[in-house]
Design a protein around this ligand. Structure first.
Ligand code: ADP
Ligand code: MG
Length: 427
């Protein structure tokens, strides 16, 4: 019997990890396993003395690496770092500090291969000892990476037996080591991080436990329109903060002073409030604000009560009453998704709103609820709050996690599917 593409859950519903093998499905022993990771960590300092300022992404890669090493694989790792443009940028965007840190965390020798597009790994792999692994230098040192070039993919494929993608944060890009390369390798699959990310984020799209509360903030409504539209049906309550709140407040005809407003999104914001309320759902806006006289050089910081903001003032965080109100809503939920900081959390004076949300999310998880954080800045705010460890899942994905929730197909996941959507599975 032949099934059609629309049968048995294929066709439209073909998504998530369907058709994708996991690293656990392969016999790794003695095989050359290429693992694409997202080790794009923030660094500070000058070239030659770079210091990793946040190693979350390195730690997130460890379960897959440890598994591969324990199973006796010959491991080659690759990652991008930043956006190097020319050869002069090499010393600024080297993975050397990452190699050192990985060696410490895994207690093994990490051999850095200077040229990502070279045959050097072939010979090195032949003599690789059990406590060694190879790390290719920043794959973006090869111009072919961002162009999804066949040449770079061919070089790597020539020494790869099994391909594993665990770079969730880079999987929304059709780049050579994410897209072209896995298509050349029959034995391909995902690592533990991608599995965890897709399961956590996918759970928000498919039947989250209710009530489901979304906390939306950050700098722009326009960045978040698609995700709001995609998730609107499932969500019971929206809590709005960050600069995004002022566009909603302005849409209601209230004063926002000098706060950041997207004038071309006022109509969307107004319509969204109406749509949410017409469905009997809630959208809450701040009822007080932390404001200053100036965005760049705030000298006079104060709390203003009420939903509007006085003339000449700029709103930079949600106020204490709003924090308490949002906390209550979060603790009443079963599932919470947070994207977008509640204020300019990079500055201590305006971080309280975001930290209060983080604390409430931790409280919810302790009660058995699900708390998921998506977005690069939101993840940074969650880390800075000190409550990150208590949340269900903080996506390492940034842009990739938002695109996934918007319903986009991520090239890095699509390239891994060994059962094609168009091909009818035969029984
Ligand atoms: P994410 O990366 O989590 O998706 P965004 O990139 O949308 O989040 O937004 C994060 C940025 O929004 C932060 O840099 C923060 O300073 C800024 N932001 C939050 N509140 C305000 C505000 N009231 N005014 C200006 N910028 C704000
Ligand atoms: Mg951001």
């Amino acid at each position: 019997m032949i099934q059609t593409a629309s049968g048995a859950g294929f066709g439209k519903t073909f998504s998530g990890l369907q058709g994708i093998k996991s690293i656990e499905d392969f016999d790794l022993k003695g095989n050359r396993v290429f693992i694409r990771l997202d080790l794009n960590v923030p660094m500070s300092g000058e070239a030659g003395a770079l210091v990793i300022t946040d190693e979350t992404r390195i730690r997130a890669a460890l379960p897959t690496l440890r598994y591969a090493l324990e199973k006796g694989a010959k491991v080659v790792i690759a990652s991008h770092l930043g956006r190097p443009e020319s050869d002069e940028d090499r010393s600024k965007f080297t993975l050397e500090p990452v190699a050192l840190r990985l060696g410490e965390l895994l207690n093994c020798e990490v051999i850095l291969v200077e040229e990502p597009n070279s045959d050097a790994p072939k010979a090195l792999l032949a003599g690789l000892k059990p406590n060694q692994l190879l790390l290719l230098e920043n794959v973006r040192f090869d111009k072919g990476e961002t162009k999804n070039a066949a040449e770079l993919a061919n070089t790597i494929a020539s020494y790869t037996d099994i391909y594993i993608n665990d770079a969730f944060g880079a999987s929304h890009r059709a780049h050579s080591t994410i897209d072209a390369l896995p298509r050349l390798i029959a034995k391909r699959g995902c690592g533990f991080l991608i599995k965890k990310e897709v399961e956590a984020l996918g759970g928000l799209l498919a039947g989250p436990a209710k009530p489901f509360v979304a906390i939306m903030g950050g700098s722009k409504v326009s960045d978040k329109i698609k995700i709001i539209e995609k998730m609107i049906e499932g969500i019971d309550t929206f809590l709005i903060g960050g600069a995004m709140a002022y566009t909603f407040i302005a849409a209601k005809g209230l004063g926002v002073g000098k706060s950041r407003v997207e004038k071309d999104r006022l109509a969307f914001a107004k319509e969204l409030i109406e749509r949410i309320e017409a469905r009997g759902k809630k959208i809450l806006l701040p009822v007080d604000h932390v404001v200053a006289d100036d965005f760049l050089a705030p000298s006079k910081i104060e709390i203003v009560l009420g939903d509007s903001i006085p003339e000449g003032k700029v709103g930079l965080d949600i106020g204490p009453k709003t924090r308490a109100m949002y906390r209550e809503e979060i603790l009443r939920a079963k599932t919470v998704f947070w994207n977008g900081p509640m204020g300019v959390f990079e500055r201590q004076e305006f971080a309280n709103g975001s930290f209060a949300v983080a604390e409430a999310l931790a409280g919810l998880t302790e009660k058995g609820g699900v708390s998921i954080v998506g977005g690069g800045d939101s993840a940074a705010a969650a880390e800075a709050s000190g409550f990150a460890a208590k949340m269900t899942h903080i996506s390492t994905g940034g842009g990739a996690s938002l695109e996934y929730l918007e319903g986009a197909k991520l090239p890095g996941l699509e390239a891994l599917r060994t059962v094609r959507e168009s091909a009818a599975p035969s029984l």
